[in-house]
Each structure stands twice: as C-alpha cells, then as structure tokens.
Design a protein around this ligand. Structure first.
Ligand code: GAL
Length: 663
C-alpha cells in the first residue's frame, strides 16, 4: 500500500455522520490508538453529489486534510455503494428485482441492478469526479471501490439482467444448440429455439433447470466483478500508481471469488464471527486461509471485523476481554498485513447503531477502547512481520460453484450442505494444528502432501485428471461423499458414483442411502455418523471401517486405496465431528505432516501458525483454550518484548509472537 509500512491499523471512518468538531477529537484519538489507515466515504454518494451532477466536496476536503496533517493514510472510497435517492427517483428501472418478479425499493444500500447501464454511467461519473479531485492528495494511499459488492443485490432477475444474461450465454456457448445440450433441455421439454426465449431463472411452477441456475449464478457473480472492474479502471487511468481493491466476504456463498481475485490489486476481506458458534475462532481461521488462497499466498488485508458485537445476527454476542486481540492476531498470523474494523466510531442513529466500533458509545473509559489502544501498540511491535508469508503442506480444495450446485433443491438430502461439509473438515484439520491452504480447482497441487476434498460436487475432467496424477505421483487425498459426482455442466458421469474420482479412490458407489432427520449410525471402529450413507463396492480399495447399523449394514463406510505412489481415503458418511477429528488426526500422523509446534504436547485450543520471509520467521501462538500451554520456543517474544529461554508459558486467552532463532 502506497506509503504504508508495517501492519496497517484502522477502520471505516464515516465522518459525515458527525459534526466537524468531533472530527478533530477523532484525529486525536486515532493518533493515540496508533491508527494508520482509514476507509473514508464509503456511503457518501448523496452527500458528495446531492443533486445530479452537482458536487459538494468541501466536507471531504476538510476531513482528508485533517487526516493528512495527522499522518493517517486513507483508503478512499469511490462512494458508489449506495446510489442517492434522486437517482432511483429519476430512474426506478435501476432497482433490483427478485426471482418472483417483485422489485425492491430504495431505502437501504445497494438498491440497484448490477447490470444496469444507467447505474453504471452514474457510478463511473462519480468515480471520475472523486479520482480527479483527490489524485495526488497526500492522504491517498489506496482506493476502496464500492462496498461488499453484491452483498444485498447480487442476483437481479429484471429484464435488463435478462438481456445481459443472454449476452453472457452467447459468449459462453457457440450456439443455442450447444446451450441446449449443456443445459439438458430435452428434460421436461425446455428446448430453446432463440436466445430471446431465455430468461433469468425466475420463480417457476416447479424445480427449474439446475444448469440454467448455475449459469445464472456465475453470470451474477461475473456481473458484480464487472462493476468493480469498470470502476477500478477509471481509478487506474487517473491514478495509475495507487492500488485499488474492494472488500470481499469469503463466507458469503454468492460469489465465485476465485475469478474475482486476479482483478484486485490486494485481496481485502471482511470477517465477522458467527456468534452462535462457540468455536467461532475456527471459522475465522478458515476465512483468513481463504483470503490467503485468493491472494495466491501473498499478504492480504483484513478490511473489516468488529471490536465486539455486531447488529445483524439473531443474538449479537459481545466479545470477551482479550477476544478481539486473539481474533486480530489470528488474521495477522494467517497472512493479513492490516487489521481494520467496521467502524471507527459507533453511529448515534441508523440501522447499525448497536454495532460495536473502535470508539464505543460509552467513550474511552471502556474495555473496548483500552483494548483498541493495546492492539495498536501490539501491531506497532509487529512491523517486521508485514510482507512475510505462510506455507502449508495441506490443501483444502474449495469451490463456491460446488456449493451453489450441491445446495440446490431436488437433491438426495436437504441435510447435505456444502458449507457444513467444508467446516467439518477444516475444523478437524484445525484441531490437528496443521496449517491449511484453501485452494481453487485450478490451483497447482503438486507442492502439497495432503489434499482434502470435502463434498466437491462438481469436478470437471481436467480436475479429475489432475487429482489422479497428484495421487499417482505421491500425493495423498481424503475425499468425502458427494465429491466428483457431476461435471461442470452438472451432468452425471456415467456409471457408478463418483465418476470423476472412482478410479483413484478404488471404489464404486451403487446407490445413495441418505439417513432420516436425526438418525445416527455406528461404524465398526467405534465412530458415529449421521445424514448420509451409501452402498459401495470395493474396486481396489480396502475398507478402513464399515457400517454396523443403518440401511447398508456391513458395507464399507471409510476406505483407503493405494494408487501409484500415493494414497487416497474416502469417507462415505457424515462422521460426527469427534470421529472425523480422530480419523484426520490419524491420517496426518501417519503421513508425518508436522504442525508448526508439536500439538500432542499442548492442551487443546492452542493455535500455532508461522509466517516467514526475508530471512526471518515469526511463530504466532494463540491460546483459545482454558489451560496454560507450555511451548518450546527460542527467540524474542514481541508482544511483551521478552527473551525466551526455551519455554513459554501461554496462559488461557493469551497470545505470543516469537521472532524465532534457530534452536
Ligand atoms: C459489513 C459492511 C459494513 C457494515 C458491517 C456491519 O458487511 O461492509 O458496512 O455494515 O458489515 O457488520
């Protein structure tokens, strides 16, 4: 980031909600907390252009001037996230439409169709005006395009979207005949004769065509990134040396972020804990590892998290003392070169007034503020960590498209949810302490020791061949049910399941036997499972465990196969988490894959990740558990600035960052 060193620290800053007298106080507090970077002006279109083509930049000039004088860098928004009321009043056709044909009204943010040329023209004009005004401004470090693009409006079913969708389809398929074949339109008599007959998959009388829906979801994701690219290109033209990004949401199931990532100068994510989950810190790790995967292993930015509670979950649980520090260091450990929040100061009004911030409603004599100041101090000590990277022996093959397809209606069981399968597998790996890269279906696999493939429903022929080659040449794989069932058009592979992986797994699945809601089955090695079973035959593999009850008693539930130099395991059921943990731990141990510290020697809940580069190596240790961990480490511990004499006692809730020396 232009002009920034170390780990950037800051937040979204919305000064337009406050009197200018507060801005001065804000700047003082920011300096006190060690803030270095702010995202400014994200929702300010109606204040920058209150009427068509009438700009009012005075207030923003003043804010940016104050920040520049204080030495605080700005990630300046192009302010296109909320079109102003005058725009939708003059052009109601820009408003998004739901699948049932109803229009959404203005009144919240993102009230536009991503394919709308009217919206696009106005957004580009505003972007140009902002870029021209602030090019060369001393505070400008980077550009923040829109905000969480598509978060509320990604899939628009209006007539304008229909036209754009047809164009997208024509670019993808050579002819209507190829489209008919790909979509399998002979099923239920849906054969198209003309492109103009094709609509977005609007609400219909029964199940729609799954390939039609998959293409529309990909189109919608592509339209959202096209919005970003169009706005980015205006910024690039005017300020070619200023990096451009937008904040993405790896946990949001709607986007194919693998195809977005190459368009971002730096990958920037927003992450919020799922309060309902007691081990939400594991979900955090997965989001951070996804960000690193999207960044191709390079450092990335944490653009938003919360200091404490949010406002949009069912029960907005506040963070415990120390939790914000742990969350922040988890992100840094996994490759983030910034720690930023939504938002700087809690709003006095509006829909998010109960959302926490760096400056809470109760002011500075508070837990949150003290922790904000402490975090700023700690991040200041980690300057040398910036730019270093994380390496992993284990890859988790992840694809948003498989989620769209697997979670669609009219499948064998509503209890098979893609996110659930991925979470379970990631959790088991996290508990073993091994570092995991989340990789795309196009990532080169050869550097990894172990590839895990949880319910990757869509596997095309190229990926099928590459997985087989990975295993044949010495790689190892763990695959769970409903992986490799269909190709990229959602056509089943012929023959027994799973067609794309049958040979390298040495199995053939004859029939699926999903379980009833709440039903559990037992395996002969003491494991328990639910949701799924299937009738499988061994075709080279050996059974590791078999079902002892349920609908397919006596048949294999877990198998292992030697294929060339490597091995593959297959799990034909949804193991209970404890059983999956045990299985994965055994495989990791057998393959001698080493976590950054020997996990057997520490109590559960300890997270250890290493960042290294430039001849330096930093071991991050975070204790989420409730027992003190004694960890062998050599070097300088940076948070408390102490030399370690070989053994570190890490109290429950505590964190350490060790600048390592060879022992
Ligand atoms: C993010 C969004 C912010 C704010 C925040 C609240 O998704 O980018 O503007 O709404 O959520 O948690």
């Amino acid at each position: 980031m232009a002009g920034l060193t170390g780990i950037a620290y800051g937040a979204d800053y919305n000064p337009e909600q406050w009197d200018p007298s507060v801005w001065r106080k804000d700047v003082e507090l920011m300096r006190h907390a060690g803030v270095t970077l702010l995202s400014v002006g994200i929702f300010s279109w109606s204040m920058l252009e209150p009427r068509d083509s009438e700009y009012q930049f005075g207030w923003l000039d003043e804010v940016l001037g104050l920040l520049a004088d204080a030495g605080i860098a700005v990630n300046l928004a192009n302010a296109t996230a909320t079109p102003p009321p005058w725009l939708s009043a003059a052009h109601p056709e820009i408003l998004p439409m739901l699948a049932d044909g109803s229009r959404l009204w203005p009144g919240a943010r993102q009230a536009f169709c991503p394919s709308s040329p009217v919206f696009r023209n106005h957004a580009l004009r505003l972007t140009e005006a902002i870029a021209t005004r602030y090019a060369g401004h001393p505070a400008l470090a980077m550009w923040h395009v829109s905000n969480e693009i598509g978060g509320h409006n990604a899939r628009c079913y209006c007539d304008v979207s229909a036209v754009a969708f047809r164009k997208w389809l024509r670019d993808r398929y050579d002819s209507i005949g190829v489209l008919n074949a790909a979509w399998g339109t002979t099923f239920w008599g849906q054969v198209y004769s003309e492109w103009d007959e094709i609509l977005p998959p609007r609400q219909a009388a029964s199940y729609g065509n799954p390939t039609h829906a998959l293409d529309f979801y990909q189109f919608s994701s592509d339209e959202c990134v096209a919005e970003y690219v169009a706005e980015r290109d205006v910024l690039r033209k005017i300020t070619p040396n200023i990096p451009v990004t937008t904040n993405i949401m790896p946990g949001h199931a709607t986007f194919d972020y693998w195809s977005w990532a190459p368009e971002l100068d730096v990958v920037a994510i927003d992450h919020y804990l799922t309060a309902a989950r007691r081990d939400a810190h594991i979900g955090l790790s997965m989001a951070a590892d996804t960000a690193r995967g999207l960044a191709g292993g390079s450092p990335w930015m944490l653009m938003e998290q919360s200091t404490s509670a949010v406002n949009w979950q069912a029960r907005n649980v506040a963070k415990q003392p120390g939790e914000m520090m742990r969350n922040s260091l988890q992100h840094v450990a996994r490759g983030a070169d910034s720690v930023m929040f939504f938002q700087w100061r809690s709003s006095q009004f509006g829909a998010e007034k109960y959302h926490s911030a760096m400056v809470p409603h109760a002011g500075t004599d508070t837990k949150i503020w003290r922790e904000v100041v402490e975090l700023g101090d700690v991040l200041g000590r980690l300057e040398e960590v910036a730019g270093t990277t994380v390496t992993a022996d284990v890859a988790l093959l992840f694809d948003w498209r498989s989620g769209w397809a697997l979670d669609a209606p009219s499948h064998p069981s509503v209890d098979v949810r893609y996110a659930d399968q991925v979470d379970a597998m990631y959790t088991a790996l996290w508990r073993c302490g091994v570092t995991v890269d989340l990789v795309s279906p196009r990532t080169e696999l050869s550097g990894y020791r172990l590839l895990v493939v949880p319910s990757l429903y869509i596997i095309d022929r190229d990926l099928s061949r590459r997985i087989a080659e990975f295993i044949a040449t010495g790689g190892n794989a763990v695959v769970t049910f409903m992986s490799g069932i269909v190709d990229e058009r959602l056509h089943l592979y012929p023959g027994p399941y799973p067609g794309a992986l049958r040979d390298c797994l040495g199995i053939a699945v004859e029939e699926f036997f999903p379980l009833r809601a709440g039903e559990q089955v037992a395996l002969d090695n003491g494991y328990r499972s639910s949701v799924w079973s299937e009738l499988m035959h061994l075709d080279g593999a050996t059974a590791v465990a078999s079902f002892v009850d349920g609908p397919v008693v006596g048949t294999p539930a877990i198998t292992c196969h030697r294929a060339g130099e490597g091995r593959s395991w297959y799990i034909a059921t949804r193991l209970e988490q404890e059983s999956l943990d045990r299985l994965i731990k055994g495989i990791v141990r057998e393959l001698k894959i080493k976590p950054p510290i020997p996990m057997a020697a520490v109590p559960s809940g300890v997270e250890a990740v290493r960042r290294s580069g430039n001849g330096r190596s930093f071991l991050f240790l975070i204790n989420h558990g409730d027992e003190t961990a004694h960890i062998v480490a050599h070097g300088n511990e940076l948070i408390c600035d102490r030399r370690l004499a070989g053994l570190l006692a890490l109290r429950p809730g505590a964190c350490a960052v060790v600048a390592e020396e060879a022992s």
